[in-house]
Design a binder for this molecule. Structure first.
Ligand SMILES: [Zn+2]
Length: 125
């Protein structure tokens, strides 16, 4: 059995606040967030314009762009995501659920990085 895992990376700037945190994350602050959406599958497109592809990166972007434009980029995530405490874990899950609701084919996982060294991957098993 073989399979491919494909990803596309998206970046956005946004503020958040973790009200229950016992450190500096309780204060309003921002990050340059990085989001990777992972797709997996075991069959590539056999013919046509997308021959040899699991998914066209451009098609993947079409799913993410509305989320970036309406909820993520340059927003206050506590408000736009409706999350009291938008941790990396909660944001990754929120994005995954939105993409799942849009029936993104082959959705495997969503990764969120809030700094160069810290992040989280959410998937459903
Ligand atoms: Zn933070």
């Amino acid at each position: 059995m073989e399979h491919w895992q494909l990803y596309k990376e998206f970046r956005f700037e946004a503020a958040h606040q973790l009200p229950h945190h016992d450190g500096k994350c309780a204060r309003l602050h921002g990050h340059s967030w990085v989001c990777r959406v992972y797709i997996r599958g075991d069959r590539l497109t056999a013919s046509g314009a997308k021959q040899g592809m699991l998914m066209d990166f451009g098609d993947l972007k079409k799913y993410m762009q509305p989320l970036l434009d309406e909820y993520l980029d340059h927003y206050y995530l506590n408000e736009t995501l409706g999350l009291e405490s938008p941790t990396s874990e909660a944001i990754a899950q929120w994005i995954y659920e939105q993409l799942a609701a849009m029936n993104l084919p082959g959705l495997d996982a969503v990764e969120i990085r809030e700094t160069c060294t810290s992040g989280c991957i959410y998937r459903r098993i």
